[in-house]
Design a protein around this ligand. Sequence first.
Ligand code: HEC
Ligand code: HEC
Ligand code: HEC
Ligand code: HEC
Ligand code: HEC
Length: 480
Amino acid sequence: MKTAVGAVILGLSMLLVPGILLADEVFPVDRDLYPWYPSLVRWEKTAAEFHPPAVCADCHRQQFEEWSGSLHALAFVDPVYQGELQKGIKAVGRDIARQCEGCHSPAAMVTGELAKSKFGKLSKLALAGVSCDVCHSVSGVTHQQTPSREPENGSLVLAPGRADGSLVKRGPIAPPAACGGGFHDCAESSLHRSSDLCASCHQVLHFDKHFPLEATYQEWKGSVYAQMDIGCQDCHMVDTATFLRSSAFLKPERAEYRHFFNGANYLLYHLAQAAALKSGDAAAAQRFARQYDMAVARLQAAAQVEVLPTYVAGQLVEVRLRVMNLRAGHALPTSLTNVRQMWLELTVTDETGKVLRSSGKLDPQGQLEADTRLFNSDGMGESMHFAIDPWVVIGFSRHDTIPPHGYRDVVYGLQLPKGVETVNVKARLRYRQADQKVAEALLAAVPADINLKAIYGLERVPQLPVVDMAVTSAKLAVQR
Ligand code: HEC
Ligand code: HEC
Ligand code: HEC
Ligand code: HEC
Ligand code: HEC
């Protein structure tokens, strides 16, 4: 009866306000399936509770130490995230917070803690972000039922245990008899050996229009790595040497998996290390320093640049730089492509060192030259204007990343003065987390509970560090 009345009202209002309902019809949302929409996380609520990582650490010391140096441990306390979250709530309203929190701290979102408590009063579980009990409670995914019919916005099911309150932790191994040490039961889960576990959170879609803002999983799924059974875990849950082997299509041994979740965000490891040193936690500082080194090594393994000259009638007329994505299992760069910056710097000099052509230089304020060749994207809002914030961006006006195992060529025309016989070409592929002004704006939005000076020793935003991912040079004859 209730549904019949509902259908009539729905029918009537469709006649009255077709725009609103049509918008709904494009991506219909099953509100019973997704009670926390715009987050698509589900929770099988029983007497079984979530536990903070410190509890797991008693028996899983190594996993704990590795995870606690990772961005999953920082996903909620990340000041950049907190700043952007506050901006989002101001712009669209409190409801959008669920979308963000469903990926950045899902356990405390579903229990309602995040909606109730202020930052300074939150439990260890809430602050732990993407914690042990998030991943090891995942009992399934709803990738086919989402509004976009694809993994998105946290489309996973959290089931920390059974109706009687007993705990079940899911993982990659067939449970040995004494599994769980009396604290929990174990269940073997093939999902935990698959990229599908990571997919729900590494596909960030616009909260309402379902536009894929970050599409790391889909990029991977369409890649040669997926075809060769090399998944997210094989490159991100291993040390650097094993990652290099995985990227050559050799699957790691079971004992080689580690909880580093190491990616590209060296800046955040750097900030976290500064905070750990300030609070006197030398062991934590060391963990972040290790992750920083791993992230830089990963970026430097990811790509290669080649210099290819073009001669017309025996005369050097252009240099072509070929940028190859050698070892990223997805596009390069991936995820926040409209914020990350990866660009080419070119310097052509004559025999005396005089610069004849250059591109992609940073000025002293940290701004890039206007003609710089960037590999990333520009987001656009509903009136097709340039936009950055994820609740505004509903499309890309430019999207230029390098496909997995693919390359892009960039051509630089040369008009060389008479008398020059050879030129030196130097090329660098450079990377940073964001444009200097964007980073300054993000950190300016950090809520007052996070005192950047007291926690990180930051008085103002320093010039963002740049990592040289690949450096190459060549000496070319001008005539041949
Ligand atoms: C982002 C998801 C994620 C988080 C967070 C996470 N794990 Fe895991 N964990 C996995 C995956 C995936 C595997 C399986 C890797 C493989 O194929 O061996 C795993 C494996 C394990 C195993 C099996 C043995 C091993 O190390 O391979 C244990 C035990 C474990 N995790 C405990 C923990 C603890 C304790 C924490 C928190 C300190 C934690 N995990 C955090 C995803 C996660
Ligand atoms: C589907 C899961 C998901 C949702 C929903 C989501 N995020 Fe994220 N977010 C991520 C992932 C994954 C990354 C890491 C991407 C990377 O490192 O490039 C990230 C990174 C970020 C970063 C960059 C952090 C840094 O230090 O560079 C910010 C800021 C951020 N998210 C804010 C938000 C806000 C605000 C919302 C809600 C409007 C939100 N996110 C919703 C998964 C999500
Ligand atoms: C009292 C000790 C103890 C505590 C506390 C504990 N575990 Fe375990 N856990 C074990 C033992 C023992 C195993 C068997 C395998 C092993 O030795 O790593 C195990 C295995 C696992 C596995 C592998 C399951 C599989 O089938 O692949 C996961 C995942 C796991 N634990 C997660 C957790 C998480 C998450 C927590 C915290 C909420 C936790 N454990 C707390 C003792 C414990
Ligand atoms: C063949 C190895 C490989 C596989 C497989 C792989 N990655 Fe990566 N990933 C990399 C490398 C190398 C980088 C650093 C370069 C970059 O940023 O793309 C990276 C970077 C990242 C970043 C950080 C992006 C940024 O700019 O901040 C995220 C997030 C990420 N990967 C998630 C995933 C997920 C999720 C999967 C599975 C769907 C996956 N990766 C599969 C190698 C891999
Ligand atoms: C519950 C949601 C969730 C799940 C599940 C999840 N992630 Fe993440 N992941 C995040 C968020 C959120 C961030 C970004 C934290 C930040 O920057 O503030 C992140 C960050 C990362 C990074 C670091 C990216 C960088 O820029 O350096 C890597 C690597 C990564 N995840 C890999 C994985 C892999 C591999 C899996 C599956 C085994 C996985 N994630 C599962 C939410 C998740």
